[in-house]
Design a protein around this ligand. Structure first.
Ligand SMILES: Cc1cc2nc3c(=O)[nH]c(=O)nc-3n(C[C@H](O)[C@H](O)[C@H](O)COP(=O)(O)O)c2cc1C
Length: 265
């Protein structure tokens, strides 16, 4: 439901930015053409005169941006390039409030049709982390024995973690596991972005993170031990995971990557 104040100048921006074209514009101002809103809030956020309100994306809940500057290109590039996968951590746990802040930013990542739909489990219990590590390694060994092709080159990784002092979570004090309903087809895709946001935000909270790919593969395969250990609620699926904590080391240089591959048509 749209509410239009007298401040509306009928510029039509709200209708233009609507991703699904359900806002019409006539001499009376904007109107809702169809009941199919995805609650993205673009219409309300883009009104230069704060003249539009929407019951599904209330103006009162939107934070004025003012003259907040876009990061200059060099700063933004350095910020993005300085994100690294952190594999050595201090043993000190991260306060729950800091972890909550980290995940609260993940809510703002893009999701298909603004579907969101993710929740998180934060595992900090060392004995549970150990059990999740062991279950993941058990699963990896089963795949290796079964001759699954992609995992064969990682046999040494399993041996390394079985013998070493580090677990697959690199002894990080926390594992963040994303969950979505089993019947939610883009849960894993949405999670890539949400945990990607958390990864990028982490250094601002003094934290480091790393994707937990092997654990994810095991969970994506539906390995029962992992679901049992996490007590994943019925009907929910693991859609991604990162581990995190306070980094033990800092990095002094930005690395290079493969050259840009781009074609133009
Ligand atoms: C989907 C995905 C899964 C990953 N899984 C793991 C993992 O299980 N263990 C690990 O140490 N790093 C993992 N990584 C981190 C990559 O190894 C890392 O991103 C890559 O080597 C580049 O290094 P950087 O992230 O420090 O720039 C994963 C990354 C992605 C995107």
């Amino acid at each position: 439901m749209l509410t239009v104040s007298p401040a509306c100048v009928k510029c039509g921006i709200c209708a233009e930015v609507c991703p699904i074209g359900i806002i019409g514009m006539d001499e009376n101002g904007p109107t809702m053409l169809k009941n199919a809103c995805i609650k993205c809030g673009h219409c309300v956020a883009s009104c230069p005169h704060a003249a539009l309100d929407h019951s599904l994306a209330p103006l009162a809940d939107q934070v004025p941006l003012g003259d907040f500057p876009v990061l200059d290109a060099d700063t933004a590039a350095r910020f993005l390039r300085s994100r690294r996968s952190i594999r050595r951590y201090k043993s000190a746990p991260v306060p729950r409030e800091t972890l909550r802040k980290l995940l609260d930013i993940a809510r703002f990542a893009p999701t298909g049709s603004n579907s969101q739909g993710l929740s998180y489990l934060v595992v900090s219990d060392r004995s549970l982390l150990k059990k999740l590590n062991d279950a993941t390694l058990d699963w990896m060994e089963e795949q290796i024995r079964a001759g699954v092709a992609w995992i064969q080159p990682y046999a040494h990784v399993v041996n390394h973690y079985r013998q070493g002092n580090l677990d697959i979570f690199r002894n990080a004090p926390h594992l963040i596991v994303a969950l979505a309903p089993k019947n939610f087809p883009i849960g894993e895709k949405n999670t890539r972005y949400s945990l990607g946001y958390a990864e990028l935000y982490a250094p601002s909270l003094g934290l480091g993170t790393c994707w937990s790919g092997f654990f994810e593969m095991c969970a994506f395969a539906g390995y029962p031990a992992v679901y049992d250990l996490l007590a994943v609620p019925e009907g929910m699926a693991v859609t991604g995971a990162i581990f995190c904590g306070y980094p033990l080391y800092r990095y002094y240089r930005l690395v290079d990557r493969n050259p840009l591959a781009v074609d133009w048509r």
